[in-house]
Design a protein around this ligand. Structure first.
Ligand code: MN
Length: 225
């Protein structure tokens, strides 16, 4: 027996299947589109990608109405392509990385932008800015999606705010996975957010956010009024 109920892993639906996908870890790539890196006063590091993480428990399925996050006056949306792994991966080749991908989903990497700016200014970790409850909003996983030059977009209250193509990722899914696999024993159940294009912005009480990538189920969230 455990002293109190152990939390179970959250799950995501998989398009066309009855079994669900248990989410173990959530990795996120920072600044993987040049136009977004520029809008946050940075540029893509030519040496290597960088990452941060979110707890699996931060997952919210698409379509829910949730409260604004505490501790921030500047809660931002970031629309992203998310990789779902289906097999172990360590020190992987590109072929191994490609073969380990289970599918893809649309995700929102919600960010406390004010806390992130403060962390950056002081050289502190990003956890409070990125890893908080209800900060990873996800739609269902599709197994029949092959990343190419699909459109990626986001609307805030019906207004188009992000509009790009996933071909503009500086490092694509396979490169991201091979790099990450040098530092972690990746496994089935691990998700990787692959970064956001330009057009980030804040939500407020009552905001409706919808994001999509051609060929995937769109992701949506409403913030309680
Ligand atoms: Mn992001």
């Amino acid at each position: 027996m455990t002293l109190f109920p152990a939390k179970s892993y959250p799950t995501l639906p998989v398009k066309g299947e009855t079994d669900t996908y248990p989410v173990h870890r959530i990795f996120c790539v920072g600044q993987n589109y040049a136009d977004h890196a520029k809008e946050v006063g940075s540029s893509v590091d030519p040496e290597a990608p960088f990452f941060f993480m979110k707890d699996a428990q931060a997952l919210v399925p698409t379509g829910e109405t949730i409260p604004l996050a505490p501790g921030t006056d500047n809660l931002h949306y970031e629309m992203e392509l998310v990789i779902a792994l289906g097999a172990p991966l360590f020190n992987a080749t590109e072929d191994q990385a490609r073969a380990a991908i289970f599918g893809y989903a649309c995700g929102l990497d919600m960010t406390r932008r004010d806390l992130q700016a403060a962390a950056k200014a002081k050289g502190r970790p990003w956890d409070f800015a990125k890893n908080f409850e209800q900060s990873a909003i996800l739609a269902s996983i599709s197994r029949d999606f092959t990343p190419a030059n699909q459109r990626i977009w986001l609307t805030l209250d019906g207004q188009l705010r992000q509009d790009g193509t996933i071909a503009d990722m500086v490092r694509g899914p396979v490169e991201v996975l091979t790099y990450l696999s040098r530092f972690y024993h990746l496994d089935a159940g691990d998700l990787v957010f692959t970064g956001t294009p330009a057009g980030i912005g804040a939500v407020t009480a009552g905001s409706r956010v919808e994001g999509g990538i051609e060929g995937l189920e769109p992701v949506a969230v409403t913030y309680a009024a």
